[in-house]
Write a protein that binds this ligand. Structure first.
Ligand SMILES: [Zn+2]
Length: 87
């Protein structure tokens, strides 16, 4: 028997399938994209690579993924990613 496979998710920006451990889960709260570090938040999640945020914004991938129109704020996600790459 093969060992248990990790569940896969596709990145909302580049659409590549990855093990969910390699992606960041985000959810939408009040038009704001929030990082869901523990994967416990309710609601529809959008998964992406940490390097894919620019592409995601350019392609309005968050709008598509959360199925809403209008502006979505991503500053919190951007701050989070910025801190990640600073260490
Ligand atoms: Zn990606």
């Amino acid at each position: 028997m093969s060992k248990k496979k990790l569940r896969q998710r596709s990145c909302i920006a580049c659409r590549r399938l990855e093990n969910w451990t390699d992606l960041i889960r985000t959810v939408l709260v009040n038009q704001q994209v929030i990082v869901d570090l523990n994967h416990r938040m309710l609601g529809r999640g959008a998964w992406l690579h940490r390097n894919c945020i620019k592409v995601a914004i350019e392609r309005k991938a968050f709008n598509r993924s959360f199925n809403i129109e209008g502006e979505i704020k991503v500053d919190q996600l951007e701050d989070y990613l910025k801190n990640l790459s600073d260490y």
